[in-house]
Write a protein that binds this ligand. Structure first.
Ligand code: ZN
Length: 386
């Protein structure tokens, strides 16, 4: 077994193995054949007994392609959109991110950075970095620029007051490499404040959300192991909070005058990880029975063609026998197919025509808004929360 990528400890315990899973969860496919023929790899999760970091020891980045078809946009959901707006508001007003030069690492399509820069009276300017960025490279009269590459030591000439990086670090097998690149890029910006967001693995384990472990995510953090990774990379951790109903971690770090000592606190994560693995087989078995029962009464849909829905479908219905379709509000996904099982992706309005009687909701945070959508469309469909 390899060493812990965060703290270099040899005390690493594998706890969960899922063979032959699709390597992509956020890539939708234009036809059934390419959906069925997606690259596969194994998820071999290991926990570091010393710092609590969890990683896929079998991860092979060469199997993935984050091209222009990659789409993890969640902002088609009003409740996610309001979360993002509140996050931007909190940075601007609570953290006083005004008259600042803001760098976003892994900016995707740039919608979050735009919220921080859009209003001219804030005096902010933004630089978004993402190799998969598609679109104009200079917008908002030059106040917002995008570069189709990684942010690293070669970007040290770009002064940064604030660096934001949301939902990128869990996609890299060597998080210290990402963090030290950011640290080196800030060599001329010693006052910079750094904000990172990533899923909280303790939340996944405690809530037994088996659909939240998947191939695209190869690095999983607790608040403590995220702090360890930043400290080892030369940052001072100011705070780590739980956000988005506890599902995500939000870390703030600064650059200290001297290299800090790295803290390590595995807490009870190793025990939780092993309990999770024991429960997983049982949970999957329960869902297999449940989905067959539901399918015997009427047609079943999943709601949410994001990573959770794709992982659920591939785990519970790998042969596409029980689940009719996947509903998603993102119009770019509708009419396409999920990787692995090739279930079709449809709009919620199409559920009536398809004769769906039950929809299983992949994220409980969206229950209210999705119930309201069904009611407004006069669709009488049972909404189950996963
Ligand atoms: Zn470790």
């Amino acid at each position: 077994m390899q060493k812990c990528p965060v703290c270099s400890s040899n005390l690493v315990s594998p706890f969960l193995l899922r063979g032959s899973v699709p390597v992509h969860q956020n890539l939708v496919m234009c036809d059934r054949i390419s959906a069925l023929e997606i690259n596969r790899g194994s998820l071999n999760l290991a926990v570091c007994e010393d710092c609590g970091f969890i990683f896929n020891a079998d991860f092979d980045g060469s199997k993935l392609s984050y091209g222009k078809d990659y789409d993890n946009t969640q902002t088609y959901s009003p409740s996610f959109e309001s979360y993002i707006c509140e996050l931007a508001r909190s940075l601007i007003y609570d953290k006083n991110v005004q008259n600042c030069s803001i760098v976003e690492v892994g900016c995707g399509k740039g919608s979050f950075l735009r919220k921080l820069v859009e209003s001219e009276e804030l005096g902010n300017q933004g630089y978004g970095f993402d190799p998969s960025y598609v679109g104009e490279e200079t917008v908002l009269d030059g106040r917002l620029k995008f570069e189709k590459r990684y942010y690293d030591s070669e970007c040290a000439n770009i002064h940064a007051d604030v660096v934001v990086c949301r939902h990128a670090i869990e996609h890299v097998p060597d998080p210290l490499n990402l963090l030290s690149s950011v640290r080196q890029a800030l060599v001329n910006s010693p006052q910079a404040r750094v904000f990172f967001e990533t899923p909280c693995v303790e939340w996944i384990l405690r809530n037994q959300v088996i659909w939240d472990f998947f191939y695209e995510h190869c690095s999983y953090f607790t608040s403590q192991s995220l702090a360890t990774a930043f400290e080892v990379s030369g940052f001072k951790v100011e705070s780590v909070h739980h956000v988005f109903g506890g599902q995500y971690l939000w870390l703030e770090a600064t650059i200290p005058a001297q290299q800090p000592a790295a803290t390590k606190n595995p807490a009870s994560i190793s025990i939780l990880a092993k309990q999770f693995a024991t429960s997983e087989r049982e949970l999957i078995g329960k869902w297999e029975i449940k989905i067959q029962e539901l399918a015997s009464q009427g047609k079943v849909a999943l709601w949410g063609a994001g990573a959770k829905g794709v992982t659920f479908a591939n785990t519970i219905d790998p042969d596409g026998k029980w689940i009719d379709c996947i509903v998603d509000l993102n119009p770019n996904k509708q009419g396409k197919y999920i990787p692995g099982t090739a279930h079709p992706i449809v709009s919620y309005q199409q559920m009536g025509d398809r004769g769906i009687t039950t929809a299983i909701l992949m994220n409980p945070n969206y229950y209210e808004e999705n119930s309201a959508l069904l009611k407004a469309a006069n669709l009488n469909i049972d909404l189950l929360v996963e």
